[in-house]
Design a protein around this ligand. Structure first.
Ligand code: ATP
Ligand code: MG
Length: 254
């Protein structure tokens, strides 16, 4: 059974009287325990689709199911337990972190909300979670703006994980960070994969997708032009668009 599934999902935005089809009748499957990559050029609709999967954006057409149950009823999405089970890491880590809250408090608050722990225990748990992601006790007591980009990304992953979700949707988690912070974050994702977390990974960094994903969807102008097992997509891409994306991986020798 798929843990998350999207059927015939479209999202149309109205902007200055113009209709923008950000997502155009797409189908998507996340089997339990797998990591599914979504790649595509800027503006192709990846973040919009990720928000629909997370229940944060209402589709204009189609539906999303969590364990075969629709997550949407009328204009309502993700009620009760589902709010905990599917967590999203936003493309802009400032989107997940309150600028006026020290990192440790933001994570502790999320922990207290989802786990039966008192304030002291949730602070302890937050410090431990942050430490496991390479954020020291000193750094944990900083505000988001005082952290490095990589630390901020990891803190927002920590915040999402504090709900102990079964699905993590990560939108460009490795963007805007340097090589060493990136390999730290990749190691972290590898651990999450080994722990059995089901992951949707959105990135325009194809080397990250290749390293972590079991299966890849390629998005262009709101549609998935190609999808397949990671090896098949990278070793034998069918679409010219995919071939161009792969050819543009930095450092790749053609
Ligand atoms: N709230 C909105 N209102 C109007 N148009 C929007 C809105 N959000 C996204 N769009 C448009 O929808 C399209 C898809 O945007 P989206 O952010 O999903 O792309 P993306 O693939 O995530 O791009 P990037 O790689 O740059 O993050 C773009 O044309 C964007 O301008
Ligand atoms: Mg995006």
């Amino acid at each position: 059974m798929n843990i998350l599934e999207a059927t015939d999902v479209s999202v149309t935005f109205e902007s200055y009287g113009q209709q923008i089809k950000a997502v155009d009748h797409v189908n998507f499957e996340l089997p339990r325990g797998q990591t599914i990559g979504i790649v595509g050029e800027s503006g192709s609709g990846k973040s919009t689709f990720a928000r629909v999967l997370a229940g944060l954006q209402l589709p204009t057409n189609g539906s999303v199911s969590y364990l075969d149950k629709p997550i949407q009823s009328g204009k309502q999405t993700y009620r009760g337990a589902l709010r905990k089970e599917v967590q999203m890491v936003f493309q802009d880590p400032y989107g997940s972190l309150n600028p006026r809250m020290k990192i440790v408090r933001a994570v502790a608050e999320a922990i207290a909300q989802h786990q039966a722990l008192n304030k002291k225990e949730s602070i302890e748990a937050a410090l431990e979670l942050l430490r496991s992601m390479g954020i020291s006790g000193d750094d944990a007591y900083k505000y988001p703006r005082s952290l490095s980009g990589g630390q901020r990304q990891r803190a927002s992953v920590a915040r999402a994980l504090s709900a102990q979700p079964s699905v993590l949707i990560a939108d460009e988690p490795t963007s805007a960070i340097d090589q060493s912070a990136q390999s730290q974050l990749l190691g972290l994702f590898n651990n999450l994969i080994n722990d059995g977390l089901s992951i949707v990974l959105v990135s325009h960094d194809l080397s990250v997708i290749r390293y972590l994903s079991d299966y890849v969807y390629v998005m262009k102008d709101g549609v998935f032009v190609e999808s397949g097992k990671t090896e098949a997509i990278f070793d034998d891409p069918k679409e010219e668009y995919t071939q161009k994306l792969i050819a543009s991986i930095p450092g790749r020798i053609l």
